[in-house]
Design a protein around this ligand. Sequence first.
Ligand code: FAD
Length: 477
Amino acid sequence: MTNMESSGIDRIVKELAKIVPEKYILTHIFERIKSSIDTFPYEAERRNLPYAIVMPKTKEEVSEILKYANRIRVPVFIRGSGTSFTGASRYQVPGIVINTHRMDEIEIYEEFGFFECGPGCICESVAKEIETRGFFLPFAPGSRLIASMGGLIANNTSAHVVDASIGKPGDYVLGLEVVLPNGEIIETGTKGLRRPAGTDLTKFFVGGDGLFGMVTKIRMRLVPAFEMAYGIAIYKDLKSLAKGVQRIYRERRPLPLFMEFMEKKTAEIGYKIKGLEIPKGSVILFVSIGNSKEGASQIANQILSSLVAENPIEAQQIEEVELWEKLWSSREVIGSYLMQESGNQWSSAEVVSNLMKLEECMDDASHFNYDLPVLSQLTLYLFGHIGGLTMHPGVIIPKEWDNEKKKRAVDEKFQREAELNLKYSTCGGEWGQFAKRTPFFIKRYGKESYELVKKIKKTFDPNNILNPGVLEGEPQQ
Ligand SMILES: Cc1cc2nc3c(=O)[nH]c(=O)nc-3n(C[C@H](O)[C@H](O)[C@H](O)COP(=O)(O)OP(=O)(O)OC[C@H]3O[C@@H](n4cnc5c(N)ncnc54)[C@H](O)[C@@H]3O)c2cc1C
């Protein structure tokens, strides 16, 4: 850092300290590095480290920070927990990071049928808080122990929830409080339980990839908890597994809330960790829902009747809750186990099939890396949210690879992901649409669509203050 830069940073910190207590402005090099890395396996560039990390508590403070940033034309990056999988939390220029974690209030208005929370609330804390009162948070990412509500709403990700079963989180967002990039504060939506018909500004910010404003409060409908039943099916090959899933849709079964799969080799890892007998094939685990235990169980049987038609090695309901929890967590632990065992970094793609070509798409996903110069050197693992026709082919990136090789590996992953989602006319249903995915967005929806998003961004953010780089896309190698 040169002297010029140091004095500039001092000035910024001094001005920020007029808005937020000084102890909530972090400038230590450790904090600056921590706040600019994400899930990618390579290091942050020193030249892009943020000047300062500021932790506001109120919408007014956020507004003042953004007004100040506009005056001096310094970028502002909104940061929840920095667990983005697309590079949205990997900054390409220095700026001020707004860390949302002090905005962590949650208020439950049972009598009105909704709750409100700050963007810095952790997903798991919100889920637990409302679950104890008999409600269900309608999304469930693998990152729920760490990801923020603001980050999840910016992505509008259903995560493990089957979209076609109960919809996306955005379907439950009744309204938002948002600070626009110029510092203006707006409210969207309603405090009733009927969402607005017609123009509803909520839609710009739910799934807005953090481009159009900072969400400072989220109001969501309280969804009564469901009764659940659990089921498993094990198939000799992925082809029959795919056909089983297609049947569920074709035979118009009530869709499961969750339906995960693990290819055999990948399932073995999770089963072993959980002390389960090694499965004889690739595994489907699903959760059906109903108003009563019997209702959920009847639906599970209907789902099983479609799965059974494709000759699984085994297909049944799981009634013993302890066994179910072991099975379910066998799917959850795979990525973290592989990382912890080796100290290396997990990296996966999101390949989404259309219904008709699921068999072919699964085959492509299971050969995801076979001809890629860098990624073919690594073992491929395959699992995903098969009820949502989503597959996560993944690899473990060795820590001893140099930064450049790791970057090439990540770029190869996004390029292959894009090829496959173009081939199947789909797109990522999780993780957001831009940053590393910008080239895909342009190919998938055309230059005109991309230019339109740019124009919308310019309308909201004429100085391109908020999260610059996300829409432009992180440069590929
Ligand atoms: C182990 C692991 C498992 C994961 N599993 C899943 C999964 O199952 N499904 C899934 O979809 N993703 C998953 N992810 C990815 C990630 O958790 C999600 O993308 C999540 O939505 C990001 O939340 P975050 O708080 O970390 O957001 P960040 O990474 O901090 O931010 C993501 C984007 O949202 C913007 N943003 C954050 N807060 C706000 C706000 N208040 N207002 C406006 N914009 C905002 C940021 O500026 C950025 O552009 C996983 C990640 C990990 C590490």
